[in-house]
Design a protein around this ligand. Structure first.
Ligand code: NAD
Ligand code: TYD
Length: 340
């Protein structure tokens, strides 16, 4: 019997991971601890809502007393931390909440991990901590060259995890994942934004020349990789987690339009993101040595994602029709159009 605390489990990847855990293992309890920020959504957990092995606790990872209470109440053995502020563009508008949650919140969880002597503390990190990689691939040993407040905050969290391993022996592992896509991704991130805009014939705001490269991986593959590291990874180690194949954003946009049978004229170039990282690329041989392989290639991942958003309009229309989302969209995109 294992008691998992999944922080940020009401977000995109966290919820997919909770589904995977409950599908794969019988003899477990899964406690989702989530603040329910704009990105947290209990709809993401509807498929498991009636499962007696699943519990939901609302709370902030920066709230040490509340974290302590939940750790004790459920006798937690494993912490998997997905909780974070996650969107680069928002980090350019309001960096403070990123530092608070991604750095300080990680520290609070590490303190709890130390106090309760958990079997494992797993930190979900990102390829963005390596900064842009114009050539070659990042290995886990590479220096961190963060360039946005988001990636700098995530790097701060990673370094604190490694410090707690070295200084206090907390059995920490870290995965650095590439861009995830799939069910339940908040439509501020580029793929669900482009799919849902295209369905409604709204322009697809493409930054700059659209030649930035990302390694788009299907969220289920990412979640399986995390599970492999929980079972086979070594404490104190970092594992890159991606497909190892990068695609330019313009190619991704064109494929989405093709799958939805929409014209390429919907692509609207807009002014670039400040400090926009041109390329991320991971060397994933270390996690592959544990036996993990991605099942979905780029085209399959985009296809499955498009299908999910077509079939689940109830999920994203609720979000996109809300006042909060409309205000964000206006603030983020108004007046940035470039001539084609
Ligand atoms: P998301 O924005 O969809 O979800 C984040 C979740 O964390 C939300 O449910 C939110 O309510 C919760 N949260 C935020 N602040 C909190 C706090 N202070 N206390 C408790 N809960 C809080 O994010 P996501 O895309 O699912 O990303 C999950 C993790 O994976 C993050 O750590 C992110 O940095 C990392 N990651 C994401 C990607 C990606 O492509 N989305 C890639 C690599 C790594
Ligand atoms: P995003 O989903 O924000 O992830 P990240 O910046 O963390 O990699 O963006 C993915 C890529 O898509 C990135 O190169 C920026 C680009 N992008 C656009 O061209 N237009 C958009 O509206 C957004 C949100 C992103």
């Amino acid at each position: 019997m294992k008691n998992f605390l999944v922080t940020g489990g009401a977000g995109f990847i966290g919820a997919n991971f909770v589904h995977l855990l409950l599908r794969k293992y019988d003899d477990i309890q899964v406690v989702v601890y989530d603040k329910l920020t704009y990105a947290g959504n209990l709809d993401n957990l509807l498929p498991v809502a009636d499962d007696p092995r699943y519990h939901f606790e609302q709370g902030d990872i920066c709230d040490a007393a509340r974290v302590d209470e939940v750790m004790r109440q459920y006798n937690i053995d494993v912490i998997v931390n997905f909780a974070a502020e996650t969107h680069v563009d928002r980090s350019l508008m309001e960096p403070g909440s990123f530092i608070q949650t991604d750095v300080y919140g990680t520290y609070v969880l590490l303190e709890a991990a130390k106090k309760y002597g958990v079997e494992r503390y797993h930190q979900i990190s990102t390829d963005e901590v390596y900064g842009e990689v114009l050539e070659g691939r990042s290995t886990e040993e590479d220096r961190l060259h963060t360039r946005s407040p988001y990636s700098a905050s995530k790097a701060g969290g990673d370094l604190m995890c490694l410090a707690y391993h070295t200084s206090f022996g907390v059995p920490v592992t870290i995965t650095r994942g590439s861009n995830n896509i799939g069910p339940y991704q908040f439509p501020e991130k580029v793929v669900p934004l482009f799919i849902t805009n295209a369905i409604d014939d709204i322009p697809l705001p493409l930054y700059g020349d659209g030649m930035q490269m990302r390694d788009y991986q299907y969220v289920q593959d990412h979640c399986e990789g995390i599970d492999v590291v929980l079972r086979k990874g070594q404490p104190g180690e970092i594992y890159n987690l991606g497909t190892g194949v990068e695609t330019p954003n313009i190619t991704m946009a064109r494929l989405i339009l093709k799958l939805l049978n929409k014209p390429e004229s919907l692509i609207q170039p807009i002014t670039d993101r400040p400090g926009h990282d041109r390329r991320y690329a991971l060397d994933c041989s270390k996690i592959q040595a544990l036996g993990w392989r991605n099942r979905y290639n780029f085209e399959q991942a985009i296809e499955a994602t498009v299908k999910w958003y077509v079939d689940n309009e109830w999920w994203w229309r609720k979000i996109k029709s809300g006042q909060q989302y409309k205000e964000y969209y206006e603030r983020q995109y108004a007046g940035r159009e470039l001539s084609r």
